[in-house]
Design a protein around this ligand. Structure first.
Ligand code: NAD
Length: 517
């Protein structure tokens, strides 16, 4: 079995600049630019909107036991840029034997090194990872936008800083587990098998790894097959941070093969899954009776509820951010707008005017608001549900916008005249499609908002504080945002009710998912 360090791979190819409008800041090291104020060094810094900061390799191996290695049967697949359909790199496709090697490595590392290590020592490693993520934030942001299709403004200002923040936050917990509220001497569960989706590849990796490592577990992480690159760069960062071999392993490949083998492996003590409700339910069935710990973060169909006394300027921005952030490929997206009947016409009118200003296109252009849909299967799903909306009698509207001819694109879309029984009011679309429904009373708003199998998030827009509190108590959703939407913070637990899953990530509660008491 051949093993190679990727840093020395002669096939490495720095991909030429497609769009370097920023010669002055397009340096390649990813390190802070000379002359910046020192305090900006540890801010996440600005990512230049250029791919020159990223040295894409032509191929990537699996990260097992501290080294990048080829899969046993040398299988691979291609990951592409969804905005252009060009191939970005060849990615190793892990098989059952590779998964076994990764789990064995994680098991050894957990028992011999990471588990027995004092929490204060583990904390140092987590801090180091966070710091290196900040230093290499430009690479991370550009790579994330290339592989996922999301606007650079979002990967730069949201995904990367929030991912680093998770490591900082959980580093602080590593030596304080006794105070996390789960009883004295909480122990790590063991080896965590972690499977994540393509919509926030880096952020989901951080949400999974940081609390697990802080609690003394070791990890085998399986990124989604269409977005492996940022997790592989994170593996490189973990190597750079000198984490003991085997503490974190990253295996790439198909969910049905590598993912399924990982969660089924007897050496995995805890499975943490974020992805579709369908696969989540399959995992729950498959793991029944195995004694493995399981947490599931699944789909959603959030209601964004706007009352007639809402601060309207803010609410319009919150509706737009709620559904068009990350092209609507967000589990907690505010995909159902519930607007009080008395202001429905004005809200829809203002929303359309605002949507006409959205810029759809090149994810690496810092002015872009909406990027590409991550993969063709997802684009088909969005198209199919939008067609179903029209067929069921809802009225479809999009601003005029020219979509690029190559790549996977879907224009921002609003449906009015939606009834609660329509598929577009019930099913998760996971795309830039908003369904508008109306209500008259707060009770009706609650009934309509809760009329879903999901329960991940909701938004309430009103100037009335008592109403916010009442609504928050009535809404069956893991998160209720008040006069805001899509706000995340590592200190705050996130997770679902009902078919949105169970378990919480973030905050003190996020540690509980990785501790035995
Ligand atoms: P998906 O379920 O198809 O895939 C998720 C991950 O599971 C991928 O890594 C995939 O390779 C793997 N996988 C697929 N089949 C598997 C199997 N049989 N065994 C083990 N692993 C398997 O979902 P997706 O299309 O990547 O992501 C979109 C979905 O994720 C949406 O439904 C969205 O709502 C959900 N999501 C939820 C949250 C949350 O926090 N609740 C966050 C992001 C995304």
């Amino acid at each position: 079995m051949s093993e190679h360090e990727h840093a020395n791979n002669s096939e490495d190819a720095a991909v030429s600049d497609l769009k370097d409008e920023s010669a002055g800041i397009g340096e390649t090291s990813g390190h802070p630019v000379a002359g910046e104020r020192p305090e900006q060094v540890f801010e996440y810094a600005r990512a230049p909107e250029s791919r020159s900061v990223v040295h894409l390799r032509s191929s990537y191996g699996l990260f097992i036991d501290g080294a990048f290695v080829e899969p046993v049967d040398a299988k691979s697949y291609k990951t592409e840029n969804p905005a252009t359909e060009e191939v970005l790199a060849e990615i190793a496709a892990a098989g059952v034997e590779d998964v076994d090697r990764a789990v064995q490595a994680a098991g050894r590392a957990q028992k011999m090194v990471w588990g027995p290590m004092p929490g204060a020592e583990r904390a140092k490693y987590l801090f180091r990872i966070a710091r290196i993520m900040q230093e290499r934030s430009r690479e991370l942001a550009v790579l994330e936008s290339l592989d996922n299709g999301k606007p650079i403004r979002e990967s730069r200002d949201v995904d990367v800083p929030l991912a680093a923040a998770h490591f900082f936050y959980y580093a602080g917990w590593a030596d304080k587990l006794d105070y996390a509220g789960f009883g004295p001497n909480p122990a790590p569960i063991g080896v965590a098998g972690q499977v994540i989706p393509w919509n926030f590849p880096l952020m989901m990796a951080a949400w999974k790894l940081a609390p697990a490592l802080a609690a003394g577990n070791t990890c085998v992480l399986k990124p989604a097959s269409t977005t492996p690159l940022s997790a592989l760069l994170l593996a490189e960062i973990i190597q750079q941070a000198d984490l003991p071999p085997g503490v974190v392993n990253v295996i790439t490949g198909a969910g049905s093969l590598a993912g399924a083998a990982l969660v089924a492996h007897p050496g995995v003590d805890k499975v943490a899954f974020t992805g579709s409700t369908e696969v989540g339910k399959d995992l729950q069935r498959a793991l029944a009776g195995t004694g493995k710990h399981l947490t599931l973060e699944l789909g959603g169909k959030a209601a964004n509820i706007v009352f007639e006394d809402a601060p309207l300027d803010q609410a319009i921005e919150g509706i737009v951010n709620g559904i068009f952030f990350n092209q609507g490929e967000v589990c907690c997206a505010g995909s159902r707008l519930l607007v009080q009947e008395s202001i429905a016409d004005i809200v829809v009118e203002r929303l359309k005017r605002r949507l006409a200003t959205l810029r759809v296109g090149d994810p690496l252009d810092k002015n872009t608001d909406l990027g590409a849909i991550n993969n063709p299967a997802q684009l088909d799903k969005i198209r199919e549900l939008a067609a179903a909306g029209e067929a069921e009698g809802a009225i479809r509207w999009s601003p005029s916008c020219t979509l690029p001819s190559k790549g996977y694109w879907f224009a921002p879309t609003v449906f009015t005249n939606v009834s609660p029984a329509h598929r577009i009011a019930q099913e998760e679309i996971f795309g830039p499609v908003l369904s508008v429904l109306t209500f008259r009373t707060p009770e009706e708003a609650v009934a309509k908002a809760n009329n879903t199998v999901y329960g991940l998030s909701a938004g309430v827009w009103t100037e009335k504080g008592s109403r916010i509190l009442w609504m928050a108590g009535q809404l069956r959703a893991g998160v209720v945002w008040a006069n805001s939407f899509n706000r995340f913070d590592p200190t705050s637990p996130f997770g679902g009710y009902r078919e949105s899953g169970f378990g919480r990530e973030g905050g003190r509660q996020g540690l509980g998912a990785y501790l035995d008491v």
